[in-house]
Design a protein around this ligand. Structure first.
Ligand SMILES: Cc1cc2nc3c(=O)[nH]c(=O)nc-3n(C[C@H](O)[C@H](O)[C@H](O)COP(=O)(O)OP(=O)(O)OC[C@H]3O[C@@H](n4cnc5c(N)ncnc54)[C@H](O)[C@@H]3O)c2cc1C
Length: 537
């Protein structure tokens, strides 16, 4: 039986953004946090490098802001950058209070000091990445989850897939307020109705739209697609960051080799052992990710290579094992000893810079609907995200949204009884092969036509294909019972369409968007903003 449930706040997503927000609200409100798979399913758990923050006495907010603006290639919103970077010390303080075990500096005698060890990553002019060895995301996730589990006002629900948002506009009522969401319970197979005073999208990114990605399976852009269908604008969807170095091995599904390796001196090499990055950029291996990814793509295409190599074996073995235990162990499990040999690597889709447009509190265009973390567009990343700024954004916006929700509480009643999900007109599909085929096709043409290097012709081809897929998926969705795979495919196809349309609108090369037809950067930097059709269109 499908159920009706009510909460003060419904948080869709249990990563860094969703858990931070829930913890900030739980003393005052009843909060449900849902995840479409296990609670650890999101990207947060896999983050290795760390969180960028101004913590060192020689570093300044201005320097961090400037580095971010430079990486963002003219498109960052300086106000948002200042807000996030300005709050970075407090954000880390809060994580430390929660108990996140960040790595400490070691004294000469080998004992731990009180100071945190800060590492450096591409684009950063200072050492400012606080980390927990090379498994920072897991340390943050496990700590926040433990705190959430201990709180009686937080209900953590696994295997629940948000299908769509319920809004007053969809119900034919005046205005456009979010009233909750329809949630597929994968255990019972029913779609439940969750009513909430406030709904928060914390669903992560959309990198799964590409064939090769560093992201977990959850990154199918569900929040962006749901927000769009509810009437929210999205911005800068053409800026997809490709991480330069994912492990290249037939059995390694999306394992990332953290940028911190390059920060600590790892070198990129061709199969003959020669370096190539100095030919592309003065910063060599520490150039921003887009430059490194394009250089690797260029060398792989030029020489017909399957991969290039990342080599840190010139560093002492003890240092490597202490600083990169996860990478070391994971590579060893594939027979690669990084203390003695180079690591085969390729670029892969890694981060979605665009997303649901929000204000400085995470509020979207729809009343009572917030978007935080990777699913949102705050203006921080511009045309290219700087390494380790994203977890920072999750923590800062988790708190900013919670404050706005508490401010608005007096004027926000629980919604009335909401209509239940209508399953009477659909049947079980006996053609799931269509879903898996379309998944594969979509992700392959996005990789081939809308990847690291683009052209107008390739984008037109991709647009043609995505239009056909959207029609086919719509028909499938209207006639068959929903499943996680079908819902993700529906969302991925919509997000692919938004990416392609945004890329076609940008007639220049800037940051992560590089097209052979418009190799120059225009003088004026402008966001690409897409507006969903209104119900009357
Ligand atoms: C391998 C890797 C390494 C990274 N390293 C770093 C780093 O060192 N520093 C840094 O700053 N950033 C890093 N990033 C990026 C960073 O991890 C992410 O941007 C950030 O964790 C996103 O957090 P989030 O809370 O927005 O979403 P996520 O952590 O991705 O969580 C998304 C949640 O939403 C849920 N969800 C999605 N759709 C639905 C739905 N329809 N219904 C119900 N639930 C849903 C998922 O189940 C999951 O719980 C890395 C990313 C990857 C993949």
């Amino acid at each position: 039986m499908a159920r009706q449930q009510q909460y003060d706040v419904l948080v869709i997503g249990s990563g860094a953004a969703g858990l931070t927000l829930a913890l900030h609200l739980a003393d005052n409100l009843r909060v449900a946090v849902i995840s479409k798979g296990r609670l650890s399913e999101g990207s947060t758990f896999w983050a290795q490098g760390g969180v960028a923050a101004v913590l060192d006495d020689t570093d300044t907010v201005d320097a961090h802001v400037q580095d971010t603006l430079i990486a963002g290639a003219g498109l960052c919103h300086e106000e948002a950058v200042r807000q996030i970077v300005g709050d970075s010390r407090d954000a880390i303080g809060w994580l430390v209070e929660q108990g996140v075990p960040f790595t400490r500096e070691r004294r000469e005698d080998g004992s731990e000091s009180d100071d945190f060890h800060l590492t450096r990553e591409g684009g950063h002019s200072h050492r400012r990445i606080i980390h927990a060895a090379d498994a920072t995301g897991a340390a943050i996730f496990n700590t926040l989850l433990q705190q959430a589990q201990a709180h009686s006002n937080i209900e953590l629900l696994e295997n629940r897939v948000a299908v769509d948002l319920i809004t007053s506009a969809k119900l034919g009522q005046p205005g456009n307020r979010c009233l909750g969401a329809y949630i597929l319970d994968r255990d019972s197979g029913h779609v439940d109705t969750f009513g909430a005073r406030f709904t928060v999208l914390a669903t992560g990114g959309a990198s799964k739209v590409y064939l090769y990605t560093s992201n977990p399976d959850s990154a199918s852009g569900d929040g962006i697609a749901m927000a769009w269908r509810a009437g929210c604008r999205v911005a800068n969807m053409e800026f997809n960051q490709f991480h330069p170095t994912c492990l290249y091995h037939p059995r390694a599904k999306s394992f990332l080799i953290t940028e911190a390796l390059r920060g600590e001196g790892a070198l990129l090499k061709l199969p003959d052992g020669s370096r190539f990055m100095p030919r592309f950029d003065d910063r060599a291996e520490l150039a921003p990710r887009d430059i490194v990814a394009r250089a690797i793509d260029h060398e792989m295409k030029r020489l017909g290579l399957d991969c290039v190599y990342l080599d840190i074996s010139h560093k002492p073995a003890d240092f490597i094992r202490e600083h990169f235990p996860t990478v070391h162990e994971r590579c060893l499990s594939f027979g690669i000893d990084i203390t003695r040999e180079p690591i085969p690597v390729v670029p892969a889709a890694h981060y979605t810079c665009g997303g649901v447009m929000v204000d400085s509190t995470g509020l979207t265009d729809v009343d009572h609907l917030y978007a935080i973390g990777e699913t949102s567009f705050t203006g921080l990343h511009g045309a290219n995200r700087m390494a380790s700024n994203s977890l920072l954004e999750c923590i800062v916006y988790g708190r900013a949204a919670s404050r706005d929700i508490l401010d608005k509480l007096p004027e926000s009643a629980l919604p009335d009884q909401l209509p239940t999900w209508d399953e009477s007109l659909v049947t079980d599909s006996d053609e799931d092969v269509i879903i898996s085929h379309n998944w594969e096709e979509l992700r392959r043409f996005m990789w081939d036509y809308v990847g690291i290097v683009r052209t107008t012709k390739r984008l037109q081809r991709a647009k043609h294909r995505v239009d056909m897929l959207l029609a086919e998926i719509h028909e499938f969705y209207s006639n068959y019972t929903v499943s996680r795979d079908l819902l993700e495919l529906r969302n991925l196809a919509l997000v692919a369409d938004l990416i392609i349309r945004s890329a076609m609108l940008r007639q220049e090369s800037r940051g992560l968007h590089y097209t052979l037809d418009y190799p120059q950067q225009l003088e004026q930097a402008q966001d690409t903003i897409l507006q969903p059709p209104s119900a009357d269109d």
